[in-house]
Structures are given as C-alpha cells and as structure tokens.
Design a protein around this ligand. Structure first.
Ligand SMILES: *Cc1c(COP(=O)(O)O)cnc(C)c1O
Length: 373
C-alpha cells in the first residue's frame, strides 16, 4: 500500500522538468536574476489570462494583498470586512495598513463569506471588503459587487487559492478593484518558492503598486512614498510562465478528481457533508474539503493516516478567536458556522496528478474508517 500525500509537487515538476530545467539554467547563466524580460512576459501573460489590462508581480500573496490595499488608499481609521475563516495573511495585510479587520461568518455550504452578514457589518468607516475564494471556490461576485456599488466600497479579491476560478464569464481577480494572487508552491498555480501578483483594470492602481514594490520609487534613487522591496524573482517568473500554460488543464484534472470523489462518496451523508460547486461559478478545487459530523473529525483523520492517507485541516481556528486579534474582543460563539467548520473540516488528497487507483484507496480507507468510528 502506497502512502498518499495531501499534495505531491514533485510529480507536477516531473511533467514539466525538461522545459523548466532549460529555462532555469538559462536564467542562471544569463547573470540577470532580478526583473528582466521573463518577469514582464509573465505579467503580460497573467494579465491576458485574466482579461485584465494589467498585472504586476510581487514577492508573495501576502504582499499582493498589502500592495492592493495600500494602492487603493486603505489606511488608519478604515474598516475592512473579511471572512473569519481564511488564512491569517488576509487579515494580516489589513493590519499592516493600520486599518481594522472586521470579521464576519461564512456559509457552511461554501466556506465563503456570508454576504448578508457583510451587508450587516457595513459602517460609515467601512472602506473595503476582501472576499476570499477559499479552496478554489468563487464567492458570488455579482451579489458582492452590487453591495459594493450601493455602499461605495472597494473590493480586494483574495485569489490565493483560486487562480483560474470564475464567476459568470469573468475570472476571479478580474471582477473587483484588484485581484491578489499567491504563487506559494502548494497553491494551484505555484512557483518553486514564494511569489505573488496583482491584477487590475485600474491604470493608476497599477502605477501605485509598481512604485510601492520598488521602495516607493518611480525614478531610480528618487523615493516619493514609503514603499517596500517586493519583487517576483526572475527564476520564479520563468517557472510560472511555463506552469501558466498548463493551468487550465490542471484545473480540469482537479475538477475531474473532485467529481470522482463526490461520486464515490455518495450515500455517506449521515456522517460527512461533501463540498459542492456554486451555481454561476467555476470552482477550481484547490482543496476537496469535507465536513465530518458528530465530533469525529480527528478520529477519522488518525484512522486515515493509519491506512496511508494524509489529510489536512484548513483551518483549525477561525481568525476571530486567534490570540493575535484578542484586542478586538470577539467572543467564542460569535461566528458559529466558522467555529463549527473549524472542528469539522477535513481536506482529502488533491492535486492534478492524483491517480484513479490512489483516489480509490483514499475512498476505501475513508469508508472503512467511517464504519469503525
Ligand atoms: C496562501 C494564502 C495567502 C498568502 O499567500 P503567500 O504567498 O503565502 O503570502 C493569502 N490568502 C490566502 C487565502 C492564502 O491561502
């Protein structure tokens, strides 16, 4: 019996090894390791992929969020509404700006922002909302953009887990004021190290982000505003340029794997709730995440591990209950859906090269475990 990892990046590398090796060796021998044509090429392709006029690379998804917020002028005294059920980076970026994160609950069938609660959380200080397309599942962007228009709010899309996902006929990251992407290796478009990018329709915002990522400088050694050092490395850009050409195919493979899990796991609804795809959106299945009922999640996870199946918990604690946000005085029980999900979520192995026999092994282990717990 083979060990099945949650994600196997080595297998994906093997499928592009010849191309990737040649491209990286070219960079090594060129002596140009920062900037250059590979980075602008990638920005051009990434913008074209999203049908946005502009994209700009940066050092990470966290920086993409930070640059997007700062470029839009979000700062001290502003409130930014986001999901309590996300990776810390979403809220970190808000705090880095000196703004206040305002958390709201999710819906259990989407793991995404409850948009009615977003509406209810709007105050005169609210300047922006960060929808997180969690696990690759897009937020209902039509509904959110209507709320934003009514209340004059900026929308910063956290697309870190959702490159290629769409709402209607538009890709996520091309709908709000700015799209923020991470190329951390395990994301569905991942480099071989850290990396990130923003996409936008707003030429002024692009100029602002380009200045901020380069020490607040438009002209070399003249610094107009306080910036940071946040560049997409040349080596990452060549890798991402290659991977971007395969992304739609890989996302399709993920969707096929998700569909197969859903088919093979039918009939277990009393013990587990399966993830769904939204009407009106394209899910790219960065994760296939179950809800395990009756407090049995941790036992199930251990049983799966005994049978060679590694599963993951994203996320064990919602942000409103994290020690770092104690000052905002959120209470346990305040966002019951996110809190319940944090005790029930379990993500199964999911990567484009996961084979059918491996999936069958995962499902067999899961079914066997469910009869024993
Ligand atoms: C990974 C991730 C980020 C941060 O991206 P990094 O490249 O690791 O900085 C932000 N938001 C979400 C939802 C993520 O999953």
């Amino acid at each position: 019996m083979s060990q099945i990892p949650p994600v196997d990046l080595g297998r994906q590398y093997a499928t592009i090894a010849d191309e990737a090796n040649a491209a990286v060796l070219d960079i090594l021998s060129s002596g140009r390791y920062i900037g250059g044509a590979p980075v602008t090429d990638f920005e051009t392709h990434f913008a074209a992929y999203h049908e946005t006029p502009y994209a700009a690379g940066c050092n990470s998804g966290t920086d993409a969020l930070f640059l997007g917020l700062k470029g839009l002028g979000i700062g001290a005294g502003d409130e930014v509404i986001t999901s309590t059920f996300t990776f810390i980076a979403t809220a970190e970026a808000i705090c880095m700006m000196g703004a206040t994160p305002v958390f709201v609950d999710i819906t259990a069938d989407s793991f995404n922002l409850d948009l009615d609660q977003v509406k209810a959380a709007i105050t005169p200080k609210t300047k922006a909302v960060i929808p997180v397309h969690l696990f690759g599942r897009p937020v209902d962007m039509h509904k959110l953009m209507a709320i934003a228009a009514d209340h004059n709010l900026k929308i910063i899309e956290d697309c870190a887990q959702a490159t290629g996902a769409a709402w209607g006929d538009k890709k996520v990251g091309a709908i709000g004021d700015v799209g923020c992407f991470s190329f951390f290796p395990t994301k569905n478009l991942g480099g071989c190290g850290d990396g990130g990018a923003i996409t936008t329709h707003n030429e002024r915002l692009l100029a602002e982000v380009k200045m901020l990522r380069q020490h607040g400088s438009k002209i070399r050694y003249q610094h107009d505003v306080m910036g940071v050092n946040s560049r997409l490395d040349t080596i990452q850009a060549v890798i991402l340029n290659i991977k971007l050409r395969h992304l739609d195919q890989w996302n399709k493979q993920r969707a096929a794997i998700a569909q197969r899990y859903t088919k093979l796991l039918a009939g277990l609804e009393e013990q587990i709730q399966l993830p769904t795809s939204p009407n009106g959106g394209t899910h790219i299945w960065n994760q296939y995440t179950l809800l395990v009922k009756d407090g049995k999640r941790d036992t199930l996870k251990a049983k799966l591990q005994e049978q060679g199946v590694s599963s993951m918990i994203y996320y064990p604690k919602p942000l409103h209950l994290q020690p770092v946000f104690l000052e905002y005085d959120y209470q346990s029980g305040q966002f019951p859906i996110a809190e319940e999900c944090s005790h029930q979520v379990l993500s199964l192995p999911m990567f484009p090269d996961l084979s059918e026999p491996e999936q069958q092994q995962v499902v067999a282990a899961l079914k066997k475990s469910l009869t024993e717990i």
